[in-house]
Design a protein around this ligand. Structure first.
Ligand SMILES: [Zn+2]
Length: 242
């Protein structure tokens, strides 16, 4: 669903899983699939705490979930909201799960900051605007940048928290993308540097149209669909009430 991505990453003799998949059969298959490829995660990380990004806890219930400080704050201030949103989506899609989502031990990480992965270091960069929490994770040693719900080739910017924050995040991501080889968005396919820079430019143009309050803006190639028009209508609602 929604072309959701989970990224397995290894540094030295430690492995980590960033974000998650959605469907129970995907989550059930995940540990075996990863083990077959030599990945046995020691920790989980979520770019933000929308429910479609934290479900790896269901596949690896023994592992702690690392989140940025803004995400930990969001969980404290909106207790149970992630679980309720998941229950609603599951009900809509007739999805049954073997167990309800429990976030278990949540480890709060400073953002900006870094976290060790074996012999390597992951950089954590703030990424607000889609939601009020959010971080991008840069694994410089292997040229990987996981951006969470930004820079998607299948989804226009979903501005739930604020246009200015969203713009600031794109400006912050730009130099990171310049030094990365592979950019993995929360939704859609992994992008090369050039493709990610093109999406970033398209997203800036879209935000300009949103700020002007255009009802029917030109949407980027491949993202001009009825579903994306619905997202645009929601974005207009958020920016007009701000
Ligand atoms: Zn998402």
């Amino acid at each position: 669903m929604w072309q959701t991505n989970a990224v397995a990453l290894r540094g030295g003799d430690e492995a980590m899983l960033i974000d998650s998949l959605y469907f129970p059969d995907e989550l059930e298959a995940l540990p075996g699939l990863l083990a077959g490829a030599g990945f046995e995660p020691d920790a989980l990380l979520a770019t933000h705490v929308d429910y479609d990004h934290v479900l790896a806890r269901l596949a690896f219930p023994g592992l702690a979930l690392g989140v940025g400080e803004p995400s930990a704050l969001r969980l404290r201030e909106e207790p149970g909201a992630t679980q309720r949103a998941l229950r609603d989506k599951d009900a809509e899609l007739y999805v049954e799960r073997p167990a309800p989502l429990s976030l278990g031990q949540v480890q709060s990480l400073p953002v900006p900051g870094s976290v060790e992965l074996g012999s390597e270091e992951l950089e954590l960069h703030p990424a607000e605007g889609h939601t009020r929490d959010g971080m991008a994770v840069m694994a410089r040693w292997c040229g990987l940048l996981c951006v969470g719900d930004y820079l998607s080739n299948v989804e226009i910017p979903m501005v739930e928290a604020g246009l200015d924050d969203y713009r600031a995040t794109l400006a912050r991501l730009s130099p990171l993308v310049e030094t990365a080889e592979t950019i993995v968005p929360g939704h859609g396919r992994p992008l090369t540097r050039d493709d990610a820079l093109r999406v970033l430019d398209e997203d800036v143009d879209y935000l300009d149209a949103l700020e002007r309050g255009e009802e029917k803006p030109v949407l980027p190639d491949g993202r001009d669909t009825r579903e994306q028009r619905k997202i645009h209508a929601r974005n207009l609602g958020v920016t007009r009430s701000a």
